[in-house]
Design a binder for this molecule. Structure first.
Ligand SMILES: NC(=O)C1=CN([C@@H]2O[C@H](COP(=O)(O)OP(=O)(O)OC[C@H]3O[C@@H](n4cnc5c(N)ncnc54)[C@H](OP(=O)(O)O)[C@@H]3O)[C@@H](O)[C@H]2O)C=CC1
Ligand SMILES: Nc1nc(O)c(N)c(N[C@@H]2O[C@H](COP(=O)(O)O)[C@@H](O)[C@H]2O)n1
Length: 285
């Protein structure tokens, strides 16, 4: 295969015309088991996708400017977020300034407190010219005693190659980085399309934002790979809390489940088989 599968182009080709938008096109994508688990016990990384659907995911990566994950995934999986399963071909220097054969998406990590590991594969690949410079979206602490430590971490990460973008928002009243502001910020920085690859809390945040803002959803396309396996009760799911959950979280999860079951905003677009996996594409209207 020399280009993306038709399944993906029919879902994502509309991203090519981005005029007049104030946020990037957003594709929410992940792989799950038949019992809706995305990782094993205690967050153990699972290779759920078979070879064929993994190749499809790597094609999907070439079709986006950015690839966004949470710091939980960055620390747990130490991912590369590259396109290494695609067929080898001659490097094309015109491809986003890299001596690389395929468009590589920019790694973007939601990392409020700058917990990113300066020795991770994303930074190693960047310094070896095998990947793009990772961007860390964070919050600058307001307390001066926390600021010193934060500045040290920032310097270490910047020296290791990361770019750090502190967001301005009311850090004390919000548990997480506000997704609309994250999207506006990366859009201003030139990211016109972004693939959100997880993990559990990030997927949940994007879905909950979509529920909260149904009229102006923050997700355009959802692409879910379903692998024909059961992980079992102790696996990690994106639609359930792990550990004790607050009343608010429980309430949000109830709304999310209801939304996912009943929403008329989620429209099935297409389903395809890649090897033994079923990949479902949905549009949000
Ligand atoms: N099967 C699949 O397709 C995939 C599976 N996974 C699995 O998922 C698991 C990791 O998931 P999880 O632990 O939930 O970690 P996440 O990758 O979802 O990261 C969550 C962390 O990101 C930070 N964050 C900042 N802003 C937000 C926001 N708005 N919404 C959510 N998080 C935000 C928070 O940390 P802080 O407050 O410190 O900033 C939060 O704890 C791993 O087991 C991994 O293997 C991951 C990706 C895909
Ligand atoms: N599509 C898909 N299938 C799976 O089975 C997965 N576990 C994931 N995980 C995501 O991919 C990241 C790993 O990427 P690299 O192989 O290191 O390039 C992982 O961190 C998850 O975001 N995806």
């Amino acid at each position: 295969m020399t280009g993306p599968p038709t399944f993906l182009s029919s879902l994502l080709d509309r991203y090519k015309s981005s005029a007049g938008r104030s946020r990037p096109f957003v594709t929410l994508t992940f792989a799950q088991s038949l019992d809706a688990k995305i990782a094993g016990r205690g967050g153990k990384q699972l290779i759920l996708s078979g070879r064929e659907s993994m190749v499809m995911t790597h094609w999907m990566r070439t079709m986006h400017d950015g690839i966004l994950i949470g710091i939980g995934t960055a620390l747990n999986d130490d991912p590369q977020l590259n396109t290494r399963y695609l067929p080898p071909r001659d490097p094309d220097p015109s491809v986003n300034g890299h001596n690389h054969s395929y468009n590589l998406p920019r790694p973007i990590i939601l990392d409020t407190k700058l917990r990113f590991d300066p020795h991770c594969k994303l930074l190693k690949n960047y310094t070896e010219d095998k990947g793009r410079r990772p961007w860390l979206i964070c919050a600058e602490p307001s307390e001066s005693n926390e600021k010193k430590e934060w500045m040290i971490r920032r310097n270490t990460l910047e020296k290791a190659g990361a770019r750090v973008f502190p967001l301005e928002y009311d850090y004390d009243t919000q548990e997480y980085l506000p997704i609309p502001l994250v999207l506006q910020t990366i859009h201003r920085l030139g990211i016109l399309s972004v693939m959100v690859e997880g993990g559990a809390q990030v997927i949940r945040s994007f879905l909950l934002q979509t529920v909260a803002q149904s009229a102006s959803s923050l997700v355009d396309t959802v692409i879910i790979t379903v692998a024909p396996i059961f992980v079992g009760e102790d696996g990690v799911s994106y639609n359930a809390g792990s550990g004790p959950v607050s009343v608010l979280q429980t309430y949000n999860l109830i709304i999310l489940r209801r939304y996912l079951v009943k929403s008329s905003a989620l429209k099935h677009a297409s389903t395809a088989m890649f090897g033994q996996d079923t990949v479902v594409g949905l549009f949000l209207t």
